[in-house]
Design a protein around this ligand. Structure first.
Ligand code: SAH
Length: 352
C-alpha cells in the first residue's frame, strides 16, 4: 500500500524518511513542499536528492482532488465546488466571503449516517470517511483556484466531524501548523449533531476552536422527530456534555437552531430554549431552515424569526440570525450533497 504522505504529521514523516534510510531533516523539507508550496509531484521537490524522490514515488502517493464543477452565486459570490475524490466519490465545499475574510465550509465524510430529517447531506446515506489529506486538499485547491487566502474554516459541510474523529483531528493539526497554512484554532469552527462521548473526548484535547452544536429543538419529542441522534443522546445529556466542554476549555459554545415553520418555531419553543440555556456561556445562531426537496420543511417567516430571537435576547441569551449565502446554487447550510443522481443507498442515515 502506498503511503498517503499528505496526511502525515511531522513525527510520522520523520519516521518515514528514516525508514527510507534518509536523515531526519529531510522530513521538514518534504513537509514544506506538501503544505506550504503545495506541490502535486515528487519531482517538483527540487531540493531533495533524485534518489530520495524516486524512493518517495515508490512508497508514497500524493492524493489530489479535482474540481468537477464550480458554481458562483449571482446573489453574493459564494462559490460551491463539487470535488471528485481519488476513488470517484464526490463531496462539496463552499467558499464564502465575509467582511472579516474568506471562510471555507468543508466536508469530512462522503455522505452522512446521522439522518437529520432536514439535511440533504444524509439523504443518500453514508459511504466513507475522508482522509486528512482529502480535507486539506479542499482548502489547498480552493486557494489555488481563487488565488485568495482562506482566513476561517468551518467543518459544517457534508458529514459528522466527530464521527470521523481521528482524521478530523489530524487535519486540524496539519492545517493549523506553523509550517503549513497556519490557520489558528481560533479561526476554526467544528459543528456536531451531538455525539456526547466524542464531545467529552474533544474537551480533553483542549483546543481553542469554536464548538457548534446543532440543537434545533428545545424538547426531546421534537428533537427525536427531526434528529434521530437524539434517541441516543437526548437534550439533557447533550447539554451536560456541553457544560463539561465549556468548563474544560473556557470556550463559548455556539448552538445552531434551524427554524422550521410549525415544527420548532413557536414562542413556547423559544421560551423552552431560553430556559435550557439560562446562565450558560453560549451563543445561539438562528437559521431559517433551507429548502431540501426530500424534507418538505418550510422556513419560518421573518416575523416568527424576529419574535423567536426577541424571546432569547429578552432572557439575556445572545442570539443572532445567520445570513443565508449561496441560496441560488444550493450552497446554504444543509443543502450540500455527495453528488446529483446518486444510485447507492448503503447505510441509509437512520442509525439511531
Ligand atoms: N454534522 C454536523 C455538521 C454539518 S451541518 C452537524 O450536524 O452539526 C452544519 C449545520 O447545518 C448544522 O447545524 C446542521 O444542523 C445545519 N443544517 C442542516 N440542514 C439544514 C437546513 N436544511 N437548513 C438549515 N440548516 C441546516
Amino acid at each position: 500500500m502506498l503511503k498517503d504522505i499528505r496526511s502525515m504529521d511531522l513525527a510520522e514523516l520523520t519516521a518515514f524518511v528514516k525508514e527510507l534510510g534518509e536523515p531526519s531533516f529531510r522530513a521538514k523539507q518534504i513537509f514544506s513542499w506538501l503544505h506550504q508550496k503545495r506541490v502535486y509531484h515528487f519531482d517538483e521537490m527540487s531540493d531533495l536528492p533524485l534518489s530520495l524522490r524516486e524512493k518517495l514515488k515508490d512508497d508514497a502517493v500524493l492524493l489530489n482532488l479535482t474540481i468537477e464543477k464550480k458554481m458562483v452565486s449571482a446573489l453574493d459570490q459564494t462559490i460551491k465546488y463539487l470535488f471528485r475524490l481519488p476513488d470517484g466519490e464526490y463531496v462539496e465545499t463552499v467558499r464564502m466571503r465575509y467582511a472579516h475574510g474568506n471562510s471555507l465550509c468543508l466536508s469530512c465524510q462522503v455522505g452522512c449516517k446521522m439522518g437529520c430529517r432536514f439535511c440533504a447531506s444524509t439523504k443518500a446515506g453514508y459511504k466513507r470517511d475522508l482522509l486528512p489529506s482529502e480535507m486539506l486538499e479542499q482548502v489547498y485547491q480552493v486557494i489555488q483556484d481563487t488565488k485568495e487566502p482562506i482566513h476561517n474554516l468551518v467543518l459544517m459541510g457534508i458529514g459528522e466531524p466527530l464521527d470521523n474523529y481521528q482524521n478530523v483531528l489530524r487535519f486540524l493539526s496539519l492545517v493549523s501548523s506553523k509550517d503549513g497554512l497556519n490557520i489558528g484554532y481560533r479561526h476554526i469552527s467544528l459543528s456536531t449533531c451531538g455525539l456526547v462521548p466524542m464531545i467529552d473526548r474533544l474537551a480533553e484535547e483542549n483546543l481553542q476552536l469554536t464548538l457548534s452544536v446543532s440543537l434545533h429543538a428545545s424538547d426531546n419529542e421534537t428533537r427525536d422527530e427531526i434528529m434521530p441522534v437524539n434517541h441516543r443522546y437526548p437534550i439533557e445529556a447533550l447539554l451536560q456534555a456541553c457544560d463539561r466542554y465549556t468548563e474544560k476549555t473556557h470556550r463559548r459554545i455556539s448552538y445552531e437552531y434551524a427554524l422550521i415553520q410549525g415544527v420548532n418555531d413557536s414562542e413556547k419553543n423559544a421560551l423552552a430554549l431560553a430556559r435550557l440555556l439560562r446562565g450558560k456561556l453560549c451563543h445561539v445562531n438562528l437559521i431559517p431552515v433551507n429548502y431540501v426537496k426530500e424534507a418538505g420543511y418550510r422556513k419560518s417567516g421573518k416575523q416568527q424569526l424576529y419574535a423567536f430571537q426577541k424571546v432569547l435576547t429578552d432572557h439575556h441569551i445572545n442570539a443572532t440570525i445567520r445570513r443565508t449565502l449561496g441560496a441560488d446554487i444550493s450552497a446554504a447550510c444543509g443543502q450540500l450533497r455527495r453528488e446529483a443522481n446518486i444510485q447507492t443507498n448503503e447505510h441509509r442515515g437512520d442509525g439511531f
